[in-house]
Design a protein around this ligand. Structure first.
Ligand code: PEP
Length: 279
């Protein structure tokens, strides 16, 4: 699609969402939406550390726990949790958009599915930055993941500069419309991860995150009114055992994507406990 048409559509959606205050407040609360606590280990841990972590980790009632280790650890991690009958899902940190071929170093969606992955993170800001993934790539990857039975966890978020220039809603609208072109909203999970909050120790406030999550849901409602209310939208960015409760208390925050604090089993377990039913 022509860039100017894309920009025009984004503008229309953004204005409509912003003008219609009711679309932000009339959507139902998180009751009934699936809750997730997802570990993004990035390029950390070896096989011994992985198995020790999974041995100690306990699932939580009413919350989907997903661990996303580096690619070589996906299969041993899956074998381990399966062997122990643990209700812990394994997710990949990336997936390639093509079925197969000459793509050195990449992982195909059908292979990830084959070795037991259920989820894959797509469009993480680190990959957008150093692997130059844009919204079109994110869209292709999400389509490919869905085709092969993986649930995409689509990441989005603004940089500090964009936030300071009051561009957050504009950036998110562009990212959502680009990522979701031709995709069924009800089949994916979103993670709002402000880039300035990732790995910095400076998270968004829970109120700030709630406002943005409600905005994301309102944009999704423009794409698919019926399903927007059912979509899980996670927050990510310096979540830890001390601030997780504040995020969990928010209506439109349906779980968290955790980097640094997911590397220690004790802190990750405490975050799971916050989102578990009856916590
Ligand atoms: C992430 O990388 O997805 C992330 C949220 O990292 P951290 O929790 O360390 O900010």
């Amino acid at each position: 699609m022509d860039q100017s048409i894309k920009a025009y559509i984004r503008q229309l959606v953004q204005e409509a969402v912003q003008q219609s205050a009711s679309s932000l407040s009339n959507l139902p609360s998180s009751t009934g939406r699936k809750q997730y606590v997802i570990a993004n280990w990035k390029m950390n841990k070896n096989i011994k550390e992985t198995l020790e972590f999974l041995q100690q980790l306990k699932e939580g009632t009413g919350v989907e726990v997903v661990v996303c280790p580096p690619a070589p650890l996906l299969y041993p991690a899956k074998l381990y949790v399966q062997g122990q009958n643990k209700e812990i899902q394994i997710g990949a940190q990336n997936v390639h958009q093509e079925d197969k071929g000459a793509y050195t170093g990449e992982s195909a969606a059908n292979l990830l599915k084959d070795i037991g992955c259920s989820y894959c993170i797509i469009g993480h800001s680190e990959r957008r930055q150093y692997a130059q993934e844009d919204d079109a790539t994110v869209n292709q990857k999400a389509k490919q993941a869905l085709k092969r039975g993986l649930t995409p966890i689509i990441c989005m978020g603004e940089t500090l500069e964009q936030k300071q220039q009051n561009q957050t809603e504009k950036v998110l609208t562009t990212q959502i419309l680009g990522a979701m072109d031709g995709i069924d909203v009800s089949q994916v999970i979103f993670a709002y991860e402000p880039v300035w909050a990732i790995g910095t120790g400076e998270s968004a406030t829970a109120e700030e995150a709630q406002r943005i999550h409600a905005y994301i849901r309102a944009v999704l409602a423009h794409i698919d009114k019926r399903n927007a209310e059912k979509v899980s939208i996670l927050y990510g960015g310096s979540v830890n055992e001390n601030n997780a409760q504040e995020f969990a208390a928010m209506d439109d925050i349906d779980g968290v994507l955790v980097g640094g604090a997911s590397l220690q089993v004790d802190s990750f377990q405490k975050i799971i406990a916050v989102f578990a039913k009856g916590a």
